[in-house]
Design a binder for this molecule. Structure first.
Ligand SMILES: [Fe+2]
Ligand SMILES: [Fe+2]
Length: 276
């Protein structure tokens, strides 16, 4: 029987993905894909670190609190688990458990919990940007996937991210009607939010994926820059701009000149692998 998604649990489970049919020869030599998926798996599976203060921020709004705790967080964690299994199946030499342990040991020492926006409306708007970024990211991966199981998996994750966007957008409208922020406040929040993020989590995640595959090597920032440049090159050709515009600019009332400023921010979110 098809699952219903929240509140009846996630819309799909890791066991629904046919990992047994994975065509390893189609992906095993694609280093950029390996780094992208392994990094994404580390970041997604760490979502719970960020959920707590977001739930705290919306304390008293039972609908939002419940959805964040029972809908959103389990689905983000499942994205990490499903990507992990893909990576472990496609690249069995990679010791995911050990790499993740090293990543967490360093990351939890240095990570700062996300700065939240000054108001609930603005926080919801910022979440719409992040989910637009992730939905676009997985859509791009699905469309350019050289391998059928990956195409299925990333399409499932993309559908979740679009649904997350729809929740945050509905809550955004509800809070906007109460708080009535000006367009300038919305724009400046989105701009600063994305500008501030140096994607620390993606940086440390990549670092430990890299070190696991280059034992004994020294890791330098230029290795991360090279990875991001490779990803950016893909995004330039395949980023679903039309979808990002539809999800972000029109609904947030940011079309026209203001929108032209925000769109690069949303795409930057994707390019920096901002996956939460
Ligand atoms: Fe996700
Ligand atoms: Fe999401």
């Amino acid at each position: 029987m098809p699952r219903q998604g929240y509140p009846g649990g996630a819309a799909w489970s890791v066991d629904d993905i046919p990992y047994g049919g994975l065509v390893r020869t189609a992906v095993r030599d694609d280093a950029q894909l390996f780094y992208t998926l392994a990094t994404a798996s580390f970041v997604e599976i760490t979502s719970d670190l960020y959920t707590r203060n977001l739930i705290e921020f919306f304390r008293g709004d039972a609908e939002v609190e419940t959805w964040l705790a029972r809908g959103w967080e389990p689905e983000e964690l499942q994205h990490g688990a499903a990507l992990r299994r893909y990576v472990e199946t496609a690249w069995p030499d990679f010791d995911w458990v050990d790499g993740y342990r090293r990543f967490m040991a360093e990351f939890t020492q240095f990570c700062s919990v996300d700065q939240l926006a000054p108001t609930r409306t603005l926080e919801m708007a910022a979440r719409c940007v992040v989910e637009t970024g992730t939905a676009s990211f997985y859509r791009m991966l699905s469309e350019i996937s050289p391998e059928p199981v990956l195409r299925t998996l990333t399409a499932r994750i993309r559908a979740d991210e679009v649904r997350h966007y729809k929740h945050f957008y509905r809550y955004y409208l509800r809070y906007r009607a109460l708080e009535r922020p000006g367009r300038r406040a919305v724009l400046s929040t989105l701009w600063h939010r994305v500008g501030e993020v140096d994607a620390e989590d993606a940086f440390y995640a990549f670092k430990h994926v890299y070190l696991a595959t280059h034992p004994g090597a020294a890791f330098e920032r230029k290795d991360y820059v090279a990875f991001r440049t490779g990803f950016r090159r893909l995004a330039q050709r395949h980023f679903p701009y039309a979808m990002a515009v539809k999800m972000l600019l029109k609904p947030l009332g940011l079309s026209g000149p203001v929108g032209r400023v925000v769109l690069p921010a949303a795409t930057a979110a994707t390019r920096l692998l901002l996956l939460r």
